[in-house]
Design a protein around this ligand. Structure first.
Ligand code: SF4
Length: 346
């Protein structure tokens, strides 16, 4: 029997073994093929030299391997590397690799553009084009792994272009392939999915894939303020969002991360800091304060260092876990959407 075509970039080892079994091949072939693709930098079945030639030919006819190409690569003085990947249909998405002493984090995209129109985001301003396939999400990890020193990706974050939970099925499928225990690209506990707060999808993910870490882009402390920055808040106001977060399973010692982009005169007052403490006190939480990364076309400004520290100190005075996170790679347009905008003249 000839099974229907699969894309080896978006399957788990178990799925690939099942597919190969239908074609009369032993299950261990799945490990061989995925080792070539995920860990040995080979996408072409013809080059998988530990497979018999007839099988290589058969695979070339009956299977596919999603392949992104690097349209642009830029490296910051701080070591951050930004990739602009070209998809099969010509659209582009961004991934950012951020090396630090004790980790190397890759930030991937989940959509071309985004529907959610957050006021402080260039990706949102550019509108929505389409969802990425699971293979296109997984291949960002594989392609970056092939080019960075020692293939070092210790952590993965879904914080690039797009709202991952608005592309739910493909993102979950990609998560399954990326964290595939038989041949992982990144371990599930090292993956963080960042959402702007699609409450029903958070509740669904809590059932389908609770192994990963969850981050929520908050950015406002009242419904009115948050809805002005993030239209999604009209559909899922803070109360509904917090209700969904209360259902997220948190093993001992784990926390939900709240990201809070600080914008001068918008959401950086002392009263905001106090409200942020109260809001995030309803679940075990880490608060990341991110001073706004100014860029042309967006009307917001970065608060002074003094104001950022004052905000942090107020939150900290309530014994909350809070850090200031500086944007990396500012010299290479590393904020979400900037490189694509420049490349496509969007
Ligand atoms: S911040 Fe995220 S969810 Fe909001 S518009 Fe940008 S990409 Fe979309």
């Amino acid at each position: 029997m000839t099974p229907s075509k699969i894309d080896f970039k978006e399957v788990t080892t178990e799925e690939a073994a099942g597919w190969l079994a239908d074609a009369g091949e032993p299950p261990f072939r799945a490990r061989q093929i995925l080792a070539w693709i995920r860990h040995r930098g080979v996408d072409d079945f013809a080059a998988m030299t530990d497979l018999a030639k007839p099988l290589r030919q058969w695979l070339a006819e009956h299977a596919t391997v999603t392949l992104l190409t690097v349209a642009h690569r830029s490296e910051s003085v701080d070591g951050t590397v930004k990739f602009l990947f070209r998809l099969g249909d010509g659209h582009t998405v961004e991934s950012v690799w951020i090396p630090e002493e004790d980790r190397a984090t890759l930030c991937v995209s989940s959509q071309v553009g985004c529907k959610l129109d957050c006021g402080f985001c260039l990706t949102g301003a550019g509108g929505f084009v389409r969802n990425l396939t699971a293979g296109e999400i997984v291949d960002q990890v594989i392609q970056v792994k092939r080019t960075v020193p020692d293939g070092r990706i210790t952590n993965l974050v879904f914080m690039g272009m797009g709202e991952p939970l608005d592309n739910y099925d493909a993102v979950v499928r990609a998560l399954e392939a990326i964290t595939d225990t038989a041949s992982p690209l990144v371990g599930a506990r090292k993956v963080t999915l960042s959402t702007c707060g699609l409450a029903p999808a958070i509740e669904r993910l809590a059932v389908d894939f609770p192994k990963i870490k969850l981050a929520v882009s908050l950015n406002g402390t009242t419904d009115e303020q948050r809805a002005a920055l993030m239209p999604v808040n009209r559909a899922f106001p803070l109360r509904r969002l917090l209700e969904a977060l209360s259902k997220w399973p948190l093993p001992q010692g784990r926390r939900i991360t709240f990201e809070y982009v600080l914008m001068a005169g918008v959401n950086d007052s002392d009263a905001d800091a106090e409200r942020l403490v109260r809001l995030t006190g309803q679940v075990p939480a880490t608060i990341n304060l991110i001073p706004f990364n100014e860029c042309p076309g967006l009307p917001y400004h970065r608060p002074s260092r003094q104001q950022v520290e004052r905000f942090r100190d107020i939150v900290y005075s309530h014994h909350r876990v809070v850090t200031i996170r500086e944007s990396r790679g500012q010299d290479i347009l590393a904020a979400c959407g900037q490189l694509r905008e420049q490349a496509e003249g969007a």
